[in-house]
Design a protein around this ligand. Structure first.
Ligand code: MN
Ligand code: MN
Length: 326
């Protein structure tokens, strides 16, 4: 066993049900003197929703449920606490009344967090509108790449609606706004798990016209995890952002969400899909749309904690590959 980069409480001595909750029992950022590889922060905001609110309680529920997320991945044969220094950076100072002002507040908080650019940002929502702020902060910290960042997007919905209910800023629009800002490259954007029914066939038009690669759940169901391989080949070594909306998972497995869409990935299918991304260079991420008041037995929040873990595994695997290449 190597030297630990993240000091976790010894679960054989301090039980997982004891102590103050942080994401996956990672230390608080303020307790760490050096540089951390990932600052994980909550974005408890849900005033950007078009249907049922309540995801403002997501970060707390995920912290609580994630006490049982352990650091060693059998699938990747990697202990992320040995490879990555990880910290819970607390919650962004959200503004619950204005989606647009809230995005400024989260961006201001995130852009200087930890040690830029070495520290990568993972935002835990909250509704999907918050992804815009974390994407923008990540793009900034990556040196403002002119072409924008590639985006790996898991969701039942495309989230590229221009205006809904008279509003340009909402959880239906984070990616159209991020593309307009130049933070995301739509020709290197992959949306996985999309399913209908939609309001109108026009909802697909933005993606088609801007070169977004759309993989519906039905395609993934028939073709399996290899359905994303061609897209991943195209990405090569590029630094990528990953945005994960929990409603991509069937509400039978993840009922705690505000805009549930039936007939989606099972828990194990989505974990396999994420593991397929091994080798991709992830430089920023978010996990959003967990709504604890609709959750059953903390299933959704627990799954969200595991998805955070699987995303961190991808970076750990990538660093191991880079180390071997040297
Ligand atoms: Mn969604
Ligand atoms: Mn979404």
């Amino acid at each position: 066993m190597g030297e630990k980069k993240t000091q976790l409480p010894n679960a054989r001595r301090t039980p997982r049900f004891a102590g103050v909750s942080t994401f996956c029992r990672y230390p608080l950022l303020e307790q760490i003197s050096g540089t951390v590889d990932w600052a994980i922060y909550g974005a408890p905001f849900d005033s950007g929703v078009t249907y049922r609110p309540g995801t403002r309680f997501g970060p707390r529920a995920i912290r609580d449920a994630s006490q049982y997320v352990k650091p060693y991945s059998i699938a990747h044969d990697i202990d992320i606490s040995e490879v990555l220094s990880l910290a819970d950076a607390g919650d962004a100072p959200v503004n619950p009344f204005s989606c647009e002002r809230n995005l400024e507040a989260i961006y201001d908080f995130a852009v200087d967090l930890g040690t830029p650019p070495a520290t990568r940002l993972m935002a835990v929502g909250g509704d999907h509108s918050i992804a815009y702020a974390n994407i923008r902060a990540t793009w900034e910290r990556q040196g403002r790449p002119e072409s924008g960042l590639p985006l790996l997007h898991f969701d039942s919905h495309l989230d590229t609606v221009d205006v809904t209910l008279g509003e340009r800023w909402s959880h239906a629009s984070p990616f159209i706004r991020a593309i307009e800002g130049g933070f995301i490259d739509p020709r290197r954007m992959l949306s996985v798990g999309i399913k209908g029914p939609l309001n109108t066939s026009d909802d697909l038009r933005y993606a088609r016209e801007h070169g977004v690669t759309v993989v519906t759940y039905e395609q993934a169901m028939h073709e399996g995890t290899r359905t994303i391989d061609a897209f991943l080949d195209k990405l090569g070594d590029a630094p990528c952002y990953l945005s994960f909306d929990i409603d991509v998972i069937d509400p039978a497995y993840a009922p705690g969400t505000g805009t549930p869409s039936v007939g989606g990935f099972t828990s194990s299918e989505i974990l396999a899909m994420l593991r397929r991304l091994a080798g991709v260079r992830i430089v920023g991420a978010d996990v959003v749309e967990v709504l604890p008041d609709r959750d059953v037995a903390q299933n959704t929040a627990l799954l969200a904690g595991h998805i955070m873990f699987e995303i961190l595994c991808l970076d750990a695997v990538r660093r191991r590959m880079d180390g071997e290449a040297r």
